[in-house]
Design a protein around this ligand. Structure first.
Ligand code: MLC
Ligand code: AMP
Length: 498
């Protein structure tokens, strides 16, 4: 299935499309910045508008500082901070130097941080949470820790923008279909081809202004929102958190044209009496989790806005999107993006993908890599169906994954923590349908005494990110198991609650 011509403007001949030009993210960004240094590109929450020239200079200064402390081509640089122009400059600096950025969720607690540190072995960590310093240094005292402004000594001039499209740009931690979080290594070619496809499909232009309230440490905010804006030479207004009135005020104030969000954000927006204000945007995109058809229709009823739903993954960047022109079908993710091939295989049918955007493998995980690919096709772990018009829908998951408010939660990780609780004999964690979060994390436990929801919530919250905490805990007599002793999660809801 590769009917991606359905994304192209009528005047564009498919043979003219070049997604992989051999360039890298920073060579494209730097060329834009040099062409128009006075142009405003990023709106920082406290500093206001930052120009292309500022980013060019600032990223060079930081790159020199990084090189001065020994960061070399291919070294990993961990980045985790609230959205700011400083973070953008640090990100660009690391990439310009040929280092590999490891974006890391700021909600991570000690064990999650030390897992990434010991696995990726970064040379430096640029973070804005003081408690992380101790966690990082306790795990690897050789990692230098600094803040997003990278207040290190200035260094001499260094060669920048020297690497090629095949060089690694990012390692995004994800559990994939199984196991502990592993690093998906994405090259510049992967990431650039993906934003080029979006540029064409979504008619993204230099005149656009995006309201970017997504965090800059996952594919959606970073790989789509930030990378796309910088590659197109457009503007992005960074909001450090998602707050409905702040988003709506920013749309007015900065004459925004686009908003990208997860379904939970749209659910909150549509409840505001000011929701009709989103009608003035040229494009609203939803992704990272299923957008309920009912929510899609409600947004349209309230604001006239036909949200464009798309589908992507950490390992692949963006894969499939509803069309800019033509029907944006509620409950469907649309057609493969330019360059992307999609097929369904097996029973139930799993979505397999190929394309210049698809990563080459997980960081130092040869075994996981051989399971992740099927004859060159990447196995998404998502189940799909195609309708008669060629629209793809995601109908389920073959992988054990809960998506809560757009963040991924791996039940196994939460189960491992709950099992350490003194009163718990065994437990199983699943996602429950939830109007606000899409899915809510809930735990079923076998315990020798009553267990309050808050007890498990706090126990997990001390050890894992806040969004992994079970919202509810149900005490049951025994976990349902099959003849082989495997827990039957689909039968948990049938169990009598004690
Ligand atoms: C916050 N909370 C969550 C949560 N976010 N609980 C479950 N799931 C979440 N995602 C908790 C808080 O800790 C708090 O708990 C309570 O819920 C209310 O918090 P809030 O202040 O209302 O939440 P807020 O900070 O506004 O965050 C909501 C959100 C955020 C939707 C803005 O979750 C978010 O930024 N989501 C986007 C995730 C994202 O970027 N995903 C992209 C992945 S890339 P308490 O106990 O204090 O009340 C990807 C690939 C692709 O998937 O295709 O894009
Ligand atoms: P991540 O590992 O954070 O990149 O999450 C990727 C997963 O998010 C995919 O494998 C899907 O299960 C899910 N996902 C992303 N976009 C959508 C969407 N539009 N609809 C349903 N699921 C989605």
């Amino acid at each position: 299935m590769s009917n991606w011509h359905r994304h192209l403007p009528k005047e564009l001949d498919p043979s003219e499309i070049e997604l992989t030009s051999g360039e890298t993210l920073p060579t494209v960004w730097v060329s834009n910045w040099k062409n128009e240094p006075e142009r405003t590109v990023i709106h920082d929450p406290s500093l206001g508008w930052i120009t292309a020239g500022d980013l060019l200079d600032r990223s060079e200064v930081i790159a020199r500082r990084l090189a001065n402390v020994g960061v070399e081509l291919g070294d990993r640089v961990l980045l985790s901070a609230t959205s700011s122009a400083e973070l953008v400059a640090a990100h660009a600096a690391a990439l310009r130097l040929g280092a590999v950025v490891v974006p890391t969720n700021g909600a991570y607690r000690a064990d999650e941080v030390t897992h990434v540190i010991s696995d990726a072995r970064p040379k430096i960590a640029i973070v804005d949470r003081p408690e992380w310093s101790d966690w990082i240094q306790s795990c690897d005292p050789t990692v230098l820790v600094t803040n997003p402004s990278v207040d290190l000594e200035d260094g001499p001039r260094v060669q920048l923008d020297q690497i090629g499209a095949r060089a690694s740009a990012l390692i995004g931690y994800t559990s994939g279909t199984t196991g502990r979080p592993k690093g998906a290594v994405l090259s510049h070619g992967n990431l650039l081809s993906s934003v080029r496809a979006l540029e064409i499909a979504w008619r993204w232009q230099a005149e656009d202004t995006l309201i970017l309230a997504l965090p800059l440490f996952h594919m959606h905010g970073l790989g789509v929102g930030l990378h796309g804006s910088l590659a197109v030479g457009a503007r992005a207004v960074l909001l450090p958190e998602f707050e409905v009135n702040e988003v709506l005020d920013s749309i007015q104030k900065y004459e925004a044209t686009m908003f990208f969000g997860v379904p939970t954000m749209y659910n909150r927006l549509v409840q505001s009496p000011r929701a009709p204000e989103i009608s003035q945007l040229r494009l609203c995109v939803s992704g990272s989790a299923p957008l309920a058809a009912e929510l899609h229709q409600r947004i349209q009823a309230v604001s006239g806005q036909r949200v464009l739903e798309r589908y992507g993954m950490t390992e692949t960047a963006m894969l499939v999107s509803n069309p800019y022109e033509g029907e944006r079908r509620p409950g469907s993710v649309g057609f493969p993006l330019p360059g992307v091939e999609v097929r369904l295989k097996g029973e139930p049918p799993e979505i397999l993908v190929k394309g210049p955007n698809v990563f080459e493998g997980y960081w130092e995980r040869p075994e996981a890599n051989s399971q992740a690919f099927d004859d060159g096709w990447f196995r998404t772990g998502d189940l799909g169906a195609l309708d008669a018009d060629g629209y793809l829908s995601i109908v389920g998951r073959a992988k054990e994954l809960i998506i809560s408010g757009g963040f991924n939660v791996y039940p196994r990780e939460v189960e491992d923590v709950i099992s350490q609780h003194e009163a718990i004999q065994e437990c199983a964690v699943v996602g429950e349908p939830d109007d606000e979060w899409g899915e809510a994390v809930v735990a079923f436990v076998v315990a020798d005494r009553d267990i309050a929801d808050d007890e498990i919530k706090n126990f997990v919250g001390d050890r894992l990110s806040h969004y992994k905490r079970p919202r509810r805990t149900y005490r049951i007599g025994a976990l349902p198991r099959n003849a082989l002793g495997k827990v039957q999660k689909h039968r948990l809801q049938e169990q009598p609650i004690i």
